[in-house]
Design a protein around this ligand. Structure first.
Ligand code: ZN
Length: 320
């Protein structure tokens, strides 16, 4: 196979009631349709999902949507069998807290959500204010206790709060109650799915009305007892340089942290590799890279030469 070049995409920004202004002010992501500066909660950096299908920004496939490229040139993606591009990488800027939510697994989503994928996701904390906490897991011991607590609105007792710092990492499996809280900046790697069941929204109003809750679906899919480990976090602050450190390896994806200092070389031996720069700056070959850049290193990319001083999150798909 000929040497393939990196695939650079135009990110898609999303407006959310809890969104902040950092994606525009700090990352300088182009705003596309929206002229808003604040209230931008998400940057979908690598996505072929119908709710935010990134366009190829340059090169021979310029102008194609990632979903089209995946359909027409599967060889670039290691001839993966998945009918849809399986992963989605986004940066989340939470100026306010997100609703407490839960995602279904593949089986439940297929049956109840029009054949959609379920959602396993993971978070790398890019920034966190002093004293920040994530919601991961719950305290109900039985399903009846879960139902009683939800019906009585005893959410503060139900949810598990975990202290979190910049550089922490969490894997969120389907059925896990979770929420990102205010002030956090997170890089999320996930199955390409947009199915979220809102358990509780703190009584917030949007356009004068509370957002819809999905209590029945939530109670169907929440794992009881909770399956999250004691803490539910990996601390990835002190990692050696120029080495791929595995953060998670599950049925859907592998995710690594890489701290480049000087020069680092490796081989692209995955169906494809997703690269996001989360701190610092450097180069991929001759291409300048900066914080917030996302790209796909396709099958046939060959040798990866990274240089500079930068922190990267990489991921690759897995197939059953
Ligand atoms: Zn989620």
């Amino acid at each position: 196979m000929n040497k393939q070049l990196e695939i650079v995409l135009k990110p898609v920004l999303k407006e959310n009631i809890w969104g902040g202004s950092r994606l525009v002010s700090e990352f300088h992501y182009p705003q596309g349709e929206t002229d808003k500066i604040s209230g931008i909660g998400e940057c979908w950096g690598i996505s072929a999902h119908p709710n935010g299908d990134c366009e190829v920004a340059e090169g021979p496939y310029q102008g194609m949507k990632l979903s089209e490229l995946y359909a027409a040139h599967r060889e670039l993606f290691g001839n993966l069998k998945s009918p849809v591009f399986p992963l989605l990488v986004k940066i989340i800027d939470a100026a306010d807290k997100l609703s407490i939510q839960v995602h279904p697994n593949d089986e439940y989503a297929k049956e109840h959500e029009n054949g959609s994928l379920g959602k396993t996701e993971c978070w790398y904390v890019m920034d966190a204010p002093e004293g920040a906490e994530l919601v991961i897991g719950h305290n109900a011991k039985t399903r009846q206790e879960l139902i009683d607590m939800v019906q009585a609105g005893r959410y503060e007792e139900l949810i598990r709060r975990v202290p979190v710092k910049k550089g922490d990492f969490a894997q969120i499996v389907p059925g896990t109650v979770h929420a990102i809280t205010e002030g956090l900046l997170i890089l999320e790697t996930q199955q390409s799915s947009d199915v979220t069941y809102r358990v509780y929204d703190y009584g917030r109003l949007m356009d004068g009305k509370p957002r819809k809750l999905h209590v029945k679906q939530s109670l169907d899919v929440i794992n009881v007892p909770d399956e999250t480990g004691k803490e539910g976090l990996i601390h990835a602050q002190e990692l050696s340089e120029n080495e791929m450190h595995s953060l998670v390896d599950c049925a859907y994806y592998s995710v690594w942290k890489l701290n480049v200092s000087g020069e680092f070389e490796t081989q692209q031996d995955q169906p494809f590799l997703l690269l996001s720069v989360i701190e610092g700056a450097g180069k991929l070959g001759e291409r300048e890279l900066k914080r917030g850049d996302h790209m796909i290193l396709p099958c046939g990319f060959g040798k990866i030469r990274l240089s500079g001083q930068m922190e990267c999150i990489l991921s690759a798909p897995k197939e059953a």
